[in-house]
Design a protein around this ligand. Structure first.
Ligand SMILES: CC(C)=CCC/C(C)=C/CC/C(C)=C/CC/C(C)=C/CC/C(C)=C/CC/C(C)=C/CC/C(C)=C/COP(=O)(O)OP(=O)(O)O
Ligand SMILES: O=P(O)(O)OC[C@@H](O)CO
Ligand SMILES: [Mg+2]
Length: 226
């Protein structure tokens, strides 16, 4: 994961054609995350997993609901929402899930993500009752992710909206061991490169469902960077 630059996030609740899926899987992206905020069902996850499995690209389940956890993925990402007002989204659901699954959990394939959700209009922001932190708060969350919780990933999430590059840069400057993921509103090569400049890995999601060709090109855009 330390070598990765680009990830596509596919939503099991949304339609993607066979032809498009093949282009995504063979695009050179470093991995595919299966995840989303709502209508995530076990059937939807299993169907998408079996379609992606025809290709060699690493496939990750980002767990958003207990109902759709299944074996068969290469890796599992477990979100903890650091700027939620409810402990539930930071700790309690994860606690219950670990209680249920601890005997079959292989921690070598599980990575916990410290999420900071910064688009107040996104579904995931509302769903998790999050609050908008100021820049100093975000930087403090990043420090907590790295030094208090020793998380492998700090995720700046603007879901559906292109974010503040200055803030992403400020956060990146503070992190040494924790990887910085940036996701939100990346639709073209310029945005992909700009956010990759300031983060370790960019995640491209919704634009695949809006302007597929442009979204696909973001892989080469960041792979060609020095
Ligand atoms: C059976 C087997 C082999 C199991 C493997 C072991 C394993 C992985 C067990 C699970 C252990 C565990 C601790 C699970 C956690 C369970 C859980 C439900 C945690 C809660 C996660 C959480 C905080 C959810 C809230 C929503 C959220 C933050 C989701 C993260 C993804 C995200 C930001 C989605 C938004 O994406 P986007 O695409 O922008 O959304 P829309 O397009 O839909 O708007
Ligand atoms: O869907 P977009 O806005 O590209 O965001 C990607 C990802 O960060 C969503 O969790
Ligand atoms: Mg999405």
């Amino acid at each position: 994961m330390n070598e990765w630059k680009h990830i596509f996030k596919l939503d099991p609740a949304k339609e993607i054609s066979e032809e498009q899926l093949e282009m995504i899987c063979e695009s050179g992206t470093d991995a595919i995350i299966v995840g989303g905020t709502d209508n995530i069902t076990l059937d939807g996850v299993l169907e998408l997993l079996s379609r992606i499995r025809r290709f060699t690209v690493p496939c990750i389940l980002e767990v958003s609901t207990m109902d759709a956890i299944t074996p068969g993925f290469d890796y599992y990402y477990i979100p903890m929402v650091m700027n939620s007002t409810e402990k539930k989204w930071m700790m309690d659901i994860q606690h219950q899930a670990i209680k249920a699954y601890k005997d079959i959990m292989d921690w070598n394939e599980i990575f916990v993500e410290g999420y900071c959700i910064l688009n107040k209009d996104s579904k995931v922001f509302k769903h998790t009752n999050s609050v908008i932190p100021d820049d100093e708060d975000v930087i403090a969350y990043a420090h907590m992710a790295e030094h208090v919780f020793h998380l492998p990933i700090f995720y700046i999430e603007y879901s559906g909206k292109y974010g503040d590059t200055e803030l992403v840069k400020k956060v990146k400057d503070q992190l040494n061991n924790t990887l910085l993921f940036y996701g939100g509103g990346i639709e073209n090569n310029f945005q992909a490169r700009e956010m990759k400049e300031h983060s370790d890995i960019i995640v491209v999601g919704n634009s695949l469902y809006k302007d597929f060709k442009k979204a696909l090109k973001t892989v080469k855009a960041v792979k060609d960077m020095e």
